[in-house]
Design a protein around this ligand. Structure first.
Ligand code: ACO
Length: 377
């Protein structure tokens, strides 16, 4: 029997701190007019010192699970697409898995920069469609404010923090993720990168002094690349599924720059009212931009049962890709008060479980010392 990967829950989490163009214009040589005219961005969110990629992801994930009516214990897979993982390892997805108490889930991070969410959705949908998994939690989460050079006007105006999550569940009913495309061109890797901090260039005093732990970008080249691939990826994913543009109800693009989205619309000969845009309020939140936009599109009444929706993104790598969805979910139920108070209980239980597991590891080490199962006699 054919299996389909339905989107049954969605949730987002953005920091409450709003950073406006006016504020930025007081710290770097720019104007709010320049930023709006060249990017469409008016404000972005910035994480507090206590907020991290994992904490935003956890908030978004719990909301998505509540909306789907799925308990964390039932979750089988957690994928976090991110360009700002908490660490190189462990994976941010493992931290989220622990914090939500998804005791039986596998978890991994996916790195494809801003296209990461489209990639992650594609991977999860295939694992569900083959019957290997019944559900998956797919999250895009970022704290880009931590890797942006706040003295570099060419990049600091662009990015913002936030997270969005979707729950995918198996169904025999047609719908959900219908097709996807994923592409890369590593020859353009240098156009947008974080030069230091990986194994190629570990952190040293020199790398810090040279600012090599900040985003480095050739904006003009990335712009040219983005305007080229957005329309192409949209056409490709539609062709794969056997649809034409006229059958698409909504296009949710990666929110990097209003002008890039308008260029894609012109190339596709689709009017802007068939695109969902919220880059003005969040800036570029990389992997989180598409799931946040999905949440807001639903809240704005732009997603209805049966709608065909294209998600399309591009990013560092270079990477680009698209997914075609048929929206199947009715109104979620996260607003129900018992569910919201339930989130607190879920968090507390997950925390308790995590503490007990750490404790049991200590007790085991104390009791058995090095005589654990090390493979030695
Ligand atoms: N305020 C004022 N002037 C600025 C600013 C600023 N914030 N930033 C750059 N400028 C200046 C430049 O120095 C340049 O001056 P110059 O002509 O004297 O050299 C001038 O403005 C024009 O610069 P351009 O780069 O040509 O400006 P452009 O119109 O291309 O806009 C922008 C720049 C917004 C960065 C654009 O190129 C862009 O959006 N590129 C794509 C970036 C992107 O989407 N990156 C994310 C990819 S997704 C991911 O994986 C994270």
């Amino acid at each position: 029997m054919a299996r389909y990967a339905h989107i049954t829950g969605w949730g987002m989490s953005v920091p409450s701190r709003v950073l406006t163009n006016d504020e930025l214009a007081r710290t770097v040589e720019t104007t709010k007019e320049w930023i709006v005219e060249r990017t469409g961005i008016r404000e972005r969110r910035v994480a507090s010192p206590q907020q991290t990629t994992a904490s935003l992801a956890t908030d978004a994930a719990l909301k998505a699970l509540a909306a789907a009516g799925l308990s964390p214990r039932q979750v089988q897979l957690v994928i976090v697409a991110t360009s700002t993982p908490e660490h190189i390892f462990p994976a941010t997805a493992c931290l989220v898995q622990d914090r939500i108490g998804a005791a039986s889930a596998g978890a991994f991070d996916l790195s494809a920069a801003c296209t990461g969410f489209v990639y992650a959705l594609s991977v999860a949908s295939q694992l569900i469609q083959t019957g290997a998994y019944q559900n998956a939690l797919v999250i895009g989460s970022e704290t880009l404010s931590r890797i942006v050079n706040w003295n570099d006007r060419a990049t600091c105006v662009l990015f913002g923090d936030g997270a969005g999550a979707l729950v995918l569940q198996s169904s025999s009913r047609p719908g959900g993720v219908l097709a996807f495309s994923m592409h890369s061109d590593g020859s353009g890797g240098d156009l947008l990168s974080l030069p230091a901090g990986g194994s190629r260039m570990p952190a040293t005093h020199e790398t810090i002094d040279q600012g090599l732990h900040f985003v480095s970008m050739n904006g003009r080249e990335v712009y040219r690349f983005a305007t080229r691939v957005m329309a192409a990826a949209t056409r490709e994913v539609l062709a794969k599924a056997g649809y034409v543009l006229g059958e698409v109800d909504l296009i949710i693009p990666h929110q990097a720059n209003q002008r890039i989205i308008e260029a894609a619309a012109r190339q596709l000969r689709v009017s802007m009212d068939r695109f969902f845009v919220n880059v003005d309020r969040y800036g570029n939140t990389s992997t989180a931009s598409i799931p946040i936009a999905i949440c807001e599109a639903f809240a704005a009444g732009r997603l209805h049962v049966g709608d065909r929706v294209v998600l399309v993104g591009f990013g560092a790598g270079l990477t680009w890709g698209a997914a075609l969805l048929q929206w199947v979910a009715h109104a979620p139920v996260p607003a129900a008060p018992w569910r919201l108070s339930g989130l607190f209980i879920v968090r507390a239980m997950a925390w308790l479980r995590s503490v007990l597991r750490r404790l049991s590891r200590r007790v085991e080490a104390f009791l058995f010392g090095e005589r654990g199962d090390t493979g030695r006699p």
